[in-house]
Design a protein around this ligand. Structure first.
Ligand SMILES: N[C@@H](CCC(=O)N[C@@H](CS)C(=O)NCC(=O)O)C(=O)O
Length: 238
């Protein structure tokens, strides 16, 4: 049984709730959206990445990898406190928790085939779509003046375009990425598509030619819980 522990650097006012340590970045936003969609009680703590909060010893005790998002759940498996890092795992964890609590829409498809489809597309986001779009953003927006040639921007533009094409193809004739309904797979991918606005790279990538993505973005963005989730940990309020 894990002893219940919260970092004193980010005090818990509601220690019976899930404690979220995050920021309003693409990976962080996934968890804010998931918590809002599921209606699970939680307490957000903003991690200031520019100040290096993610390298604070107490943060590293929750995630030794020093990255947001992560959570501490005081009522984890078998009633014991547990911490979880890696956004894709947190989405799966929260879905399972909501399902165990009787929520009939845990946002994780449950059909025997759909469940594995969801896993595939979730891993596609975690291992490919997110990291590559992130590298694109780095070279396109942040490292322009740090490299002496176009190798980085060209490499990651090509890969970002290719991955947008994969997502576009998947969304052709579908409302959501897996099954007939909005799921945690949409939650995982959506903030990374929004990140293209932040990077200012949409025209460069020919975003408008991926005709099935924008209607899906609008469908996701029309959900009130998604709108609330996007701004979780965006201010210094907590
Ligand atoms: N695979 C991890 C990636 C997490 C990640 O890269 N988080 C970024 C923000 S989106 C971060 O914490 N960056 C701060 C740093 O690297 O110092 C996940 O999905 O949770």
């Amino acid at each position: 049984m894990t002893e219940q522990w919260f970092p004193s650097r980010w005090p818990a006012q509601f220690p019976d709730r899930i404690q979220l340590y995050s920021a309003a970045t693409p990976n962080g936003r996934k968890v804010g959206i998931m918590l809002e969609e599921l209606g699970l009680p939680y307490e957000p703590h903003r991690i200031d990445l520019s100040a290096g909060d993610q390298r604070h010893p107490e943060f590293l005790r929750i995630n030794p990898n020093g990255k947001i998002p992560c959570i501490v759940d005081p009522s984890g498996p078998e009633g014991a406190s547990c911490s979880v890092f890696e956004s894709g795992v947190i989405l799966l964890y929260l879905a399972e928790k909501a399902r165990a609590a009787g929520n009939t829409n845990s946002l994780m498809p449950q059909g025997p085939h759909e469940r594995w489809e969801a896993m595939q597309w979730l891993f596609f986001q975690m291992a490919g779509f997110g990291p590559m779009i992130g590298q694109f953003g780095h070279f396109y927006k942040f490292a322009r003046d740090k490299t002496s040639d176009d190798y980085g921007v060209n490499r990651y533009s090509a890969e970002a375009k290719r991955l947008l094409g994969v997502l576009d193809g998947r969304l052709a004739g579908r409302e959501y990425v897996v099954g007939d309904a909005f799921s945690l797979v949409d939650i995982a991918l959506y903030p990374w598509v929004l990140a293209l606005d932040f990077y200012g790279g949409k025209d460069h990538l020919g975003y408008a030619t991926f005709r099935h993505i924008e209607p899906w973005v609008e469908r996701c963005g029309a959900r009130p819980a998604v709108q609330r989730g996007l701004v979780v940990c965006a201010s210094s309020a907590s």
